[in-house]
Design a protein around this ligand. Structure first.
Ligand SMILES: Nc1ncnc2c1ncn2[C@@H]1O[C@H](COP(=O)(O)OP(=O)(O)OP(=O)(O)O)[C@@H](O)[C@H]1O
Length: 247
């Protein structure tokens, strides 16, 4: 019986391409680039059909020449979305030891926030993810110490040299303390919230960091994420929310 050349590797290849196309399509739905992509594809398909039917040799040759640039244009056009997908793949492939480490980091932060809330110490903690905010390293004091709740409470103890400003945590290291974060220019910050919260918000607008704030004045715990301030956490809710975002 003729197999029409359909080998197992063909089937696998077709399946891979179908899955990739479906995932890319799902991801791009609703993004600003999808109309441009649809437009480009329509133009390309119509031109290819026309040139095939009418034997337009020059147009066919031009399409053949410019097809590779089309894929480069796609990468440029969807650079933010592609970055997001790759980051997501990276996050999903976090090993169980990575998850364990993140759970420990969260525990240190929650314990420190609880103590600082009780003692009314102002706290500003950035948990870095993909993006690295270089100015924090330039303005702050480099520590690169293993993270612990005690270390955080010590750093934010008032009237000590490092308590002013924010700390940056990457993985399970406290990288820098007394760092200056960018201030948000939003006019939607509620009245009693001042510069500490504005700095948390500012950093979350510029990077993908999760920023935890404890108010010196009220002890209220907040999270700044993607330019939004989530407020009124107690330690348990803070643990649950950070776990939801990170683990
Ligand atoms: N750009 C910044 N980067 C890092 N930390 C900052 C920045 N601006 C202010 N801070 C911190 O915030 C403190 C001032 O807090 P301020 O009282 O204005 O803010 P707040 O949001 O009202 O905080 P709280 O509720 O704790 O009083 C500063 O002493 C400093 O530690």
């Amino acid at each position: 019986m003729r197999s029409y050349g359909l080998t197992l590797s063909w089937v696998v290849e077709i399946l891979i391409i179908a899955v990739v196309i479906y995932q890319v399509w799902k991801l791009l739905q609703g993004t600003r680039g999808v109309q441009v992509l649809t437009g480009l594809l329509i133009v390309l398909v119509v031109l290819t059909l026309f040139s095939a039917v009418l034997h337009l040799r020059v147009v066919t040759e031009l399409i053949r020449l410019f097809s590779p640039s089309f894929f480069v244009a796609l990468v440029v056009l969807f650079q933010p979305e592609l970055r997001q997908v790759l980051a997501e793949v990276g996050r999903r492939s976090v090993t169980s030891s990575g998850r364990q480490q993140q759970a420990e980091v969260i525990e240190h932060i929650v314990n420190a926030a609880e103590i600082c809330q009780r003692e009314r110490f102002g706290v500003l903690i950035s948990m870095e993810r993909e993006d690295l905010y270089r100015p924090a390293r330039d303005t702050g004091t480099l520590l690169d110490a293993k993270l612990s709740a005690d270390l955080l409470v010590t750093v934010f103890y008032p009237r000590t040299p490092l308590h002013d400003g924010g700390v940056v945590i990457r993985d399970n290291r406290l990288v820098v303390a007394a760092a200056v974060f960018p201030l948000s220019e939003t006019d939607r910050l509620e009245r009693p919230l001042g510069l500490r919260h504005r700095a948390a918000l500012g950093l979350s607008e510029m990077t993908d960091a999760i920023v935890v704030v404890v108010s010196e004045e009220t002890g209220a715990i907040s999270i700044a994420l993607e330019g939004k301030l989530e407020r009124h956490f107690d330690p348990n809710r803070l643990r649950a929310r950070l776990t939801e975002i990170l683990v």
